[in-house]
Ligand binder design. Structure first.
Ligand SMILES: [Cu+2]
Length: 173
């Protein structure tokens, strides 16, 4: 009897691995911006929630507004803030979330095919290792101040700016 229950649990557990899908990924607070109308690149920021039972990873982005979307982070090198492409993408833990924000992880829209005009909406297709493709609409907000979204968001508790905490456990709700 006990074995039978264990087997059932095991099968359910294994099945949950195979069924991770786009529905498990939830995007909130997304916006994009460009420093100026003639900027050759822009960036997109958002909160990525993983409601699934499997750790996932944002591995690539596709969009018609940029020829080379890249996954970037900021690092300090000799006291100078620099951007760097993140090999392997951004992890999003099962039941957790990852914050893309100014000064931290972000989607860099390299080689803009057109200006990012304030108030318009662009489309990004986020490609996850497990969940597959998630296509989202992203408003262009060129007036938003850096990290202001931290204050506007009462639903999550991420007041710590430290990048090591950009991927946290299930502390949100
Ligand atoms: Cu960048």
């Amino acid at each position: 009897m006990t074995l039978r229950i264990l087997a059932t649990i095991a099968i359910t557990f294994l099945a949950s691995f195979g069924t991770a899908q786009a529905a498990d990924i939830q995007i909130e607070h997304q916006y994009a911006r460009a420093a100026s109308p003639i900027a050759k690149s822009g960036a997109a920021f958002m909160h990525i929630m993983n409601n699934g039972a499997v750790d996932d990873r944002l591995v690539a982005v596709r969009t018609d507004v940029a020829m080379m979307p890249e996954l970037h982070t900021h690092i300090m090198e000799d006291g100078v803030a620099k951007m760097r492409e993140v090999e392997g993408g951004f992890p999003v833990a099962a039941g957790g979330f990852t914050v893309l924000e100014r000064g931290g992880l972000h989607i860099m829209l390299m080689g803009l095919t057109r200006p990012l005009l304030h108030g318009e909406t662009i489309t990004l297709t986020l490609i996850f290792e497990v969940a597959g493709e998630v296509t989202i609409e992203v408003p262009v907000d060129n007036e938003r101040q850096g990290n202001m979204d931290m204050n506007m968001d009462q639903s999550h508790d991420h007041t710590d700016m430290n990048m090591n905490n950009s991927t946290m456990g299930s502390s949100d709700n």
